[in-house]
Structure formats: structure tokens, C-alpha cells
Design a protein around this ligand. Sequence first.
Ligand code: HSE
Length: 308
Amino acid sequence: MGKTEVTIFGPATVSNVGPGFDLMGFALEQPGDEILIRRNDTGRLVLKDESGCNLPLDPAKNVAAVAASALLNELKCHDGFDLVFLRKIKPGSGVGSSAASCVAAVMGINELLGNPFETSALVPFAMEGEKVASGSTHADNIAPALLGGITLIRGYEPLDIKHIPYPSDLWCAVIHPHLEIRTLDSRKLIPTEVPLKTALEQCGNLAGLVAGLTTGDYPLISRSVKDVFAEPYRINQLPDFELLRNSALEAGSLGTGLSGSGPSVFSLCRGEEMATGVGRVMKAHFVQKGIESSIYVSKISEVGCRIL
Ligand code: HSE
């Protein structure tokens, strides 16, 4: 008799990382989602929310349940499961809240079914849940949330996901101002076509970022953390974003930008001490604006979603 219940941790993630719009992301050590998944004999998914986040309990509207159903449908499996949300990253925070739930749900059910899929093969199922949250099937939060580290989606058709090596003292400070920005809305602000000059700038920066991460070239990383596709159209949702970025850079950030579709803002830093200092400066920005915020200082996590 296999396991009948499991608790899974799905980490928060920073996506886009400047020029990697819809292509690059990395996993944080904390915060994250915790979901308890156990077999039931109803033949259905039954959702319980103990996270205090007021999550939808209709399986058709809950991103984790949509991802879990995609996996079960592929296997033509009619087993029932309870999904108990124990701890939840606040939805709309910009650190991959929906991805954390989706990967935790598919990894947990895969485990209880005896692992019919390798972990990397779970990405497309988790993406089905992400689609409900954002209206598009991007995997730049899903891939690092599931697989850990820094991931690059080289291509979507077919999915081609690669881990990018990075220096061991690369840390990140993330400030989460307590504002809610829904990815679905934030994506509507972005133009669907870009001029060639803009495309070239983004390609150069993404290639530069990958090269900088791979070789530990910090000045190159700094020059490359810049997004010209999405960020310019989104930053007005935050008060004085450029001021915040300049303060973080002056405090030693290697590169600062919107985390995913915002409102969280990330700063890549060399070492924990620098990340802590930059985090303090970013927090002060929102204190001054009268906006509450949470700060996360984390090493880039090599491990992604895991069984607790
Ligand atoms: N790449 C996505 C975006 C991440 O920027 O819209 C947010 O889920």
C-alpha cells in the first residue's frame, strides 16, 4: 500500500528577472505554499482552505485544482483527493503565488500515485493552473518553482527548459508592498508587438544576463538586468518606482526590477549582508509612502518544490 497523504512545499519565485519576460525565473527559499494532499474515496477533488487567504474552493476556479485535474485527466485517473491549503503566499503579490500552488498540487498527487511522471514532466500540468490565473500558459514561475535554481524557457513549442548556473553567493531581496496586482490585468498593459530595436535590446540583455550568471561576471549581470518589453508599462502601478530602483542600486543592488507582473520588486545582490541592506532600503521607500510591505531576503534556492 502506497502513501495516502503527503505535505508539499511550493516555493515563491521571481520571474522575468529583468530581460527574461516569460522566459526566466528563480526559486526563493521562503516564502512558499504548503498543501496537504490526501486520498479520499469521493472520486473528486475536495478543497479546504486553512491559509486565511480566502481561496476559491470550486475546483474549476482554483488554480491548484485545475493543475491537479490536468494531471489526473492525462492519466484517465478517477481517484479522489483532498487538497488542504495550509500556508499560502498572498495572491497577486508578484512572487509566483499561483505557480507555487500548482506545482505543489501536481507534485503531491504524482507522489501519491507512485510517481508516474518524472518531476520535469509535470510542468505542462502546472501550466494549466497558471493559465487560469494569468490568461496565458507561461512557465517562467512554474519551472523554477518545480525544479529550483534559475531556469530559462528556451522555447515553448516544444517546451525546452534549461537550468542556468549562477554564482554561489548570489542572493536576492524581494520587497512585497501590500498592494494587489492581478497578472491577468497587468498583462493587458503590455503591447503585443515590439519594434526591432526594442527586441534587439532585450535579446542582448537576456544573453548578457545568462553569460553573466554562468561566468559569475557581476558587472555584466548589472548591465543586463533591464526589461524593455513589459516593465516600462507596469511600473506606474507603484509609487516612484525609479526612485526605489535608484536607492536600491545605490545601496549595492546588482540589478533591480519588477518581480513578475508586480507589485513585488526584486534586487539581485552579492551575498547575504548586501541583500539585507538593500532590503532595508527598499522597505524604507514604502514606509515613506505609507504602504505596508513584507521583505524576503533569500539565497536563490537550488531545490524547488519538495515533500516536507
Ligand atoms: N512573465 C509573467 C508576466 C510573470 O510578467 O506576466 C507573471 O506571472
